[in-house]
Design a protein around this ligand. Sequence first.
Ligand code: SF4
Ligand code: SF4
Length: 326
Amino acid sequence: MALRSSLIKFRKEFKLKEHSITITRRIVQIIAFFMINYVILELIFAINLLAIENLFKVVPFLHSPRNSLSGGAGFLEYIFFSLGEGIFPFFLLGILILIIIFSNRIVCGWICPIGTIQDGCAAIGVKKRKTLKKETHEKLLKLKYVPIIFLSLLFVSLAISKLFDPNIYTVFKESLNFEPIFSGDRPLGLFSLSEFLFYTLPNQIKTSWETGSILPFFSNFFLLLVYIFYFGILIGSIWYPRIYCRYICPFGAVATALNKYSLLKLSRSPVKCVGRTECGKCETACPKQIRILDEPFEFFNGKGECDFCLKCKETCPYKAINIKFG
Ligand code: SF4
Ligand code: SF4
């Protein structure tokens, strides 16, 4: 009897059913995090997981760019590497388009390890969450197109240099490695938070550990700026959830542009929804600051920003938000 009443109390306090989507999402995120970065498991448990390498090799976006077992790139990086080699990445772009058409931005909301880390940061400040002014937020959303346009131009130029002069191409490609600050043999380190979190930072910690000094962190002024910038983003995401996804992530820019065409959507029932004045809980819960109630009832996606975390659906007290396909 006592056990039963404790269980009832537990269920009342933790409202498991009400949070079932978030709980499921967190489990998926944690599993995905370790699948993508299984080198972390090797470090923690001193085991060798080389045998499972081929399981993930076929799906490049499941690789952390700097997983020591990976071929050396994440999904977007493979696309840019192909472009730089003068090969148009039909296959990878095709996969990317199909993933987003059929699954919306589930990859961003449920799988991406950078998203998981930001969600972890946001959980610290859940009671102190802030929102930016609508105009400021909308202006900043456009920022994330700057890195993707810059990278596209950079890698198309690299491909053109290959076509006209192999010597210029070699020097150009080597200059993109940012050696010795980043990985040396793999370009794009400067533009990648995952590079920073899963390669640069662990290597710096390892060096500091081995030398017993924190000086390696201050060995290069440029690197220090990169640390300040990326740590700033992580700290910022305590108050502004998914700040990197919203305003910086190059993959986010591509996903936002494609998300408008996704078949998997969210809709809001005009009969059940009581509106912003009476309720508005979905908008308060949305980590991407999407003005759900300004969008049509038929479907909403925050102009492509929605990453399908389903927090709005879970929070709605009137069960007004539904998933639809087609
Ligand atoms: S939480 Fe539900 S009822 Fe409330 S405003 Fe949002 S959709 Fe409407
Ligand atoms: S609109 Fe809903 S599903 Fe989309 S990001 Fe916001 S809370 Fe998540």
